[in-house]
Design a protein around this ligand. Structure first.
Ligand SMILES: [Zn+2]
Length: 314
C-alpha cells in the first residue's frame, strides 16, 4: 500500500537520519518520551544533524503541535532496534526531564489524535497493548492490527518513562474507541506528578540544581542515589531519608606533583607530595577552595588532596 503522512503534522523538518524505504509494512507504534518539555520545532532541529544519528517519524511538542521528522514510508532511527523501527511508526512526545517523565495534557491529547490517525490511515482497526515484551514481539498481527512496543524493551533505559508506559493501556482503549467510531472521550487532564510526595535525589536539599530525579517510589530514589556518588534522598519536607554513605575509592594523580595538605583547602599547610602514579585511597570528601571537585582525605592520614588533579581508578 502507498504510505501517507499524518495531516495532523503542521510542521515538517525531515531528518537525514533514516533508512529509505522502510523494509517492512507498518504494524507497530512505538511511543517515546523526549526528556524535555520542548516545542515540536525544537524536535525537528534536534534530529536534523547527521551527527545525532537518531530520529523519529513524528514529534509531539509540549503544546500539542506535531512535526513530521521522518515520512512513514521510511524507517526512523528511534528505538535502538532496526527490526522494530522497520515496522513501527515512532513518536517522540515532549516530557519532563525526571521520573515519571510526565507529559502535558495538550501533548497527551495530540498523541491520542495522532495515534488514532496513524492507525486509520494504515488500515488498522485495532491497537493492541500487551504490556509485555516477549508476547508483544512474538505476536503476529493481523492485517488490521497495530501492536504497541516500547523503547525500554530494546535498550536499558526508562523510555517512554513511567508516565506514558503506565498509560499505554488507556491509550489503546481510547484509540480503539475512536477507531470503532465512538465519540472521543474527554481526555482527563494529565495529572501533574504528585510533587507533594516525591522523593528527591540531590547533593543537598538547598541545592535544587543538583537534582538527579524526583521519584514517587522510595526504592527508585534510593537506587538513583546509590548510582550517583555524593547524592542523598530527601522527602518533601527536605529531610534526608537515605544517604548511601560514602564509599572509599582509589585514585591516581593526573599531574606530576600533587600537594597533600593538612586541611581541604589550598590554605592548608602542605604535609607532603605525591610524585608517583600509584593508587591512593580516598576515605572522605569535603568542599574547599582551590579544587572545584572538592578535596579527598587520604587513607594514610597524610592529609587532603585536590580531586581536580586525580582520576578515579576503574
Ligand atoms: Zn525512546
Amino acid at each position: 500500500m502507498a504510505y501517507t503522512n499524518s495531516p495532523l503534522a503542521s510542521l515538517r523538518h525531515i531528518s537525514p537520519n533514516r533508512s529509505s524505504p522502510r523494509e517492512r509494512s507498518i504494524d507497530r507504534i512505538s511511543i517515546h518520551c523526549v526528556v524535555g518539555q520542548c516545542f515540536a520545532e525544537t524536535l525537528g532541529n534536534v534530529f536534523a544533524p547527521v551527527s545525532k544519528g537518531a530520529s523519529c517519524n513524528y514529534g509531539v511538542g509540549c503544546d500539542g503541535e506535531i512535526i513530521l521528522v521522518v515520512e512513514e514510508k521510511d524507517r526512523s532511527w528511534c528505538t535502538s532496534s532496526p527490526s522494530n523501527d522497520s515496522r513501527a511508526v515512532t513518536v517522540e512526545v515532549a516530557s519532563d526531564t525526571f521520573e515519571p517523565y510526565a507529559v502535558r495534557t495538550k501533548a497527551y491529547e495530540a498523541l491520542l489524535d495522532l495515534v488514532t490517525d496513524i492507525c486509520r490511515r494504515n488500515g488498522k482497526t485495532k491497537l493492541l497493548w500487551f504490556g509485555e515484551k516477549e508476547r508483544s514481539l512474538a505476536y503476529v498481527p493481523q492485517e488490521t492490527e497495530m501492536v504497541m512496543t516500547v523503547h525500554r524493551w530494546f535498550e536499558n533505559k526508562s523510555c517512554p518513562g513511567a508516565y506514558l508506559f503506565e498509560r499505554h493501556g488507556a491509550i489503546a482503549e481510547e484509540v480503539n474507541r475512536r477507531l470503532r467510531g465512538e465519540p472521543a472521550q474527554e481526555v482527563p487532564p494529565a495529572p501533574l506528578p504528585d510533587t507533594e510526595h516525591l522523593y528527591r535525589v540531590r547533593r543537598a536539599w538547598a541545592d535544587a540544581a543538583s537534582q538527579k530525579g524526583a521519584f514517587s517510589v522510595l526504592e527508585n530514589a534510593k537506587k538513583c542515589a546509590k548510582e550517583n556518588h555524593g547524592y542523598t534522598v530527601f522527602d518533601e519536607s527536605g529531610a534526608a531519608v537515605f544517604d548511601p554513605g560514602f564509599q572509599p575509592y582509589t585514585v591516581r594523580t593526573v599531574c606530576d606533583v600533587l600537594n597533600i595538605r593538612s586541611a581541604p583547602t589550598t590554605a592548608g599547610r602542605i604535609t607532603g607530595q605525591i610524585r608517583d602514579k600509584r593508587l591512593y585511597t580516598v576515605t572522605e570528601e569535603a568542599d574547599g577552595t582551590g579544587s572545584e571537585k572538592g578535596w579527598g582525605r587520604l587513607k594514610s592520614g597524610a592529609g587532603w588532596i585536590a580531586l581536580d588533579w586525580v582520576k578515579r581508578a576503574e
